[in-house]
Ligand binder design. Structure first.
Ligand SMILES: Cc1cc2nc3c(=O)[nH]c(=O)nc-3n(C[C@H](O)[C@H](O)[C@H](O)COP(=O)(O)OP(=O)(O)OC[C@H]3O[C@@H](n4cnc5c(N)ncnc54)[C@H](O)[C@@H]3O)c2cc1C
Length: 434
């Protein structure tokens, strides 16, 4: 497979060399199934889990830290990184009314202005007393039932509106349980009085490579996966004939694994009009990331900004995750937005002005260099029709022995641990369906 001829026959063709595709290939290798081929359009592996080194700084593709809750995933990451792994206690905040409120907002009401804290607490108590049994119809109703009017109005609504570029009332809520900590009224009341002794939330601690940025994880997997083509863009897929056009090369396959964004993938498939229409209806938002090398060390890991007049929704620092990511006395920072960016120099000016206003860049700080990175499909939007459309598409694909996985292959809100696990599970499924 190193020098592919014009035509190749493989058992399993894996589309995409991000964590999900790599994990699928790695686990196929482990079960002895080496008759696969993984194809990746870029000249490197990792997809979103990639890092780049510049002048002693390491930048990821926006903040990527590992939340490892599954024992197998933790064992796998430890094995792959062989000591090159840090465990880090989270230092994350919400910028609110000139204050730094520790994350998660709802368990740190003590840090809010007193009137806001009262409104949030009263709203949460009223929501708990209402004991609604009706299933929420949308994300707005879910927030109001779980957290009440105050927390919704002061944080959940503006932040989510800004991140998703969609109104919470127009979104589904089935993605929330893994990411938004479930309500714990006692903890909320205690957190209204004083700072909690224990951090809460799904990511109170995280893991991160000691060296090489988050891309070190993808590279460690890629080093164990030999049957790959880089610079290999998937152009066309014929699922009926089981043929793919990869660049200018043709590949025949028995089974197909897709980790490409579902919407793009369907566009290059021989899908019937109803499936094409369902794919066209899927919505996503991009992320534009301003990467900054500053002559200033970083403190917080990341800070959320819900305010409509601040151009980014989150700012973080790779060098706060791990000091190796910047030279001594310097910081590698990122600032993200999901809003459209038409004029990059103008957007950069607005970002820097706001970073100064928020004290992230101080007067004496030198900006050594900066550049933009775009993640064209960053968040699959959970609008109210998403579940129906994805179910229709995935049903059709399964009939053709095409298995989708990963955040974009399944068009879901997902994370790196799940990519590793989905790759393992898919390899097992492929093994048992021979
Ligand atoms: C802003 C942001 C922050 C995040 N932060 C975190 C975090 O802190 N922690 C966490 O666990 N997760 C985080 N995630 C999620 C995480 O990035 C993903 O869950 C994971 O990286 C998805 O991996 P994947 O392999 O499924 O997809 P991808 O990484 O997108 O890989 C798909 C691959 O397919 C390739 N490809 C696309 N089209 C073609 C084509 N036509 N031909 C060939 N190849 C193609 C791409 O180049 C890419 O390499 C974040 C995501 C975003 C957007």
């Amino acid at each position: 497979m190193k020098n592919p001829s014009d035509f190749l026959q493989v058992d399993t063709l894996i589309l995409g060399g991000g964590l999900t595709g790599l994990s699928t290939a790695y686990h196929l290798e482990k079960t002895g199934r080496t008759d696969y081929l993984l194809v990746e359009q870029n000249g490197h592996f990792g997809g979103l889990c990639a890092s780049e080194q510049m002048d002693g700084f390491t930048f990821d593709l926006s903040g990527h830290v590992l939340h490892l809750r599954d024992p197998y995933a933790l064992r796998l990451v430890r094995q792959l990184l062989r000591g090159n792994l840090l465990r880090v206690r989270r230092r994350a905040f919400i910028d609110f009314d000139g204050r730094r409120v520790p994350y998660p907002f709802q368990y740190n009401l003590w840090a809010l202005p007193p009137q806001t804290a009262r409104e949030c607490l009263q709203g949460a108590l009223a929501a708990a007393q209402a004991r609604r049994t009706a299933r929420p119809k949308n994300f707005e109703q879910w927030c109001l039932q779980a957290w009440g009017e105050g927390i919704y109005r002061h944080f959940m609504q503006p932040y989510n509106q800004k991140l998703w570029q969609n109104a919470p009332s127009q979104m589904a809520w089935d993605w929330c349980s893994d990411f938004v900590p479930a309500p714990d009224l006692a903890a909320l009341q205690a957190g209204a009085r004083r700072r909690p002794a224990r951090e809460s939330g799904y990511n109170a601690q995280f893991y991160y490579p000691r060296k090489g940025g988050i891309g070190a994880l993808a590279q460690a997997l890629a080093d164990r996966v030999p049957n790959t083509w880089l610079h290999a863009r998937v152009q066309k897929i014929d699922l009926k004939r089981k043929q793919a056009l990869i660049g200018t090369r043709r590949v025949r396959f028995a089974r197909l694994v897709n980790t490409l964004p579902l919407k793009d993938f369907i566009q290059i498939c021989d899908a019937p009009p109803a499936v094409q229409a369902a794919a066209c209806a899927l919505k996503s938002v991009p992320v534009h990331v301003l990467q900054l090398a500053l002559k200033r060390p970083a403190q917080a890991h990341w800070v959320y900004f819900a305010q409509a007049d601040i151009p980014f929704h989150r700012v973080g620092a790779y060098s706060a995750f791990c000091p190796e990511n910047a030279p001594q006395g310097c910081g590698a920072f990122y600032a993200e937005t999901t809003a459209p960016v038409a004029d990059f120099p103008r957007a950069k000016k607005a970002f820097i002005k706001a970073l100064k206003q928020k004290g992230i860049i101080e007067k004496q700080d030198q900006i050594l260099f900066s550049f933009w990175r775009k993640l064209p499909v960053a968040y699959a939007v959970y609008d109210l029709a998403r579940a129906r459309h994805t179910a229709r598409i995935l049903r059709w694909l399964q009939q053709h022995r095409c298995y989708c996985a990963g955040r974009y292959g399944l068009w879901e809100y997902s994370f790196m641990e799940r990519s590793l696990l989905q790759g393992r599970d898919l390899a097992q499924k492929l093994q048992s369906s021979l």
